[in-house]
Write a protein that binds this ligand. Sequence first.
Ligand SMILES: N[C@@H](CCC(=O)N[C@@H](CS)C(=O)NCC(=O)O)C(=O)O
Length: 343
Amino acid sequence: MKSVIVRFVLAAAVGATVGVAVPSVASAQTLETVKTRGMLNCGANGTLAGFGLPDAQGRWTGLDVDFCRALAAAIFNDPTKVKFTPLTAKDRFTALQSGEIDVLARNTTWTSSRDTALGLNFGAVNYYDGQGFMVRKSLKLNSALELNDAAVCVQQGTTTELNLADYFRTNKMKLKTVTFATADEAVKAYDAGRCDAYTTDASALAGERLRLAQPDDHAILPEIISKEPLAPAVRHGDDQWFDIVKWTHFAMVNAEELGITKANVDDHMKSESPDVRRLLGVEGKYGEAFGLTNDWAYRIIKHVGNYGEVFERNVGQGSPLKIARGLNALWNKGGLQYAPPVR
Ligand SMILES: N[C@@H](CCC(=O)N[C@@H](CS)C(=O)NCC(=O)O)C(=O)O
């Protein structure tokens, strides 16, 4: 077992892009472990507004934070039974592999090497993102294609690093990469003028621009240079837990599609609609099949809300970020959020 962990550590240290073979882990009982402990251990961001950030009183908010609260609601009927562990980009996978956390919900891009070599399984995508650039307006740039010879600040252990190098190579531009262990250091260095540009997931650029000394002196360039499907991750080897993590997101998306909100979920318990009745556990035994109670989705919606509500309060119109739904709209509203049916 020790050698397994050592290999995970190695894989994580090189930014999760290597092809390290990971032996299959004996079937785990994560749900039982979590229930016995009475608490979900959730690996979170800790410094990223909209996704995972504690306030001065230690109260966490964010889209990923609400995802973990939804899991806790489904398991315990109590969204507060979560311990959040802040993790850097580099340390996040080791924390999951070592068992320090039960689930990683930290704006993490689903890639093939993380899904295989790192021994992880990714749940449903809870935010479709893509990488962008921020520059000083004084440089008078209109496009990322004008960044030839630029110094670009970027964070280690992220997909961002490789995308940046790929983009410059593909477009035959010269690049000076300046890397940092944390977003905080990278943003400060950019603000201090050490780099011409700062690059990261577009969702984070909006929030990080607000942290600069003069936000209005900076612009976000139009290009989105990569696909960053952000999803919660679990360890290989526990199908039941993997299913619970996937369906926690799907329950919230289905609730939005069916018009069920935190405020009206109790009224929907009297609904005649078969889809609503199955989702809320009024009909059938769908929750028990996960090892949960049949009102698992009711609990999620009652305590946390549907996906649209979670999106709007954390990153959308109810937040300082004011990000549009875009790719994260429901499939029947022009977006990519599509959940399989509960039946
Ligand atoms: N989605 C990308 C990037 C994730 C990432 O770590 N982004 C940075 C830049 S915003 C971050 O969240 N940093 C927070 C920190 O280091 O405190 C990945 O999975 O590699």
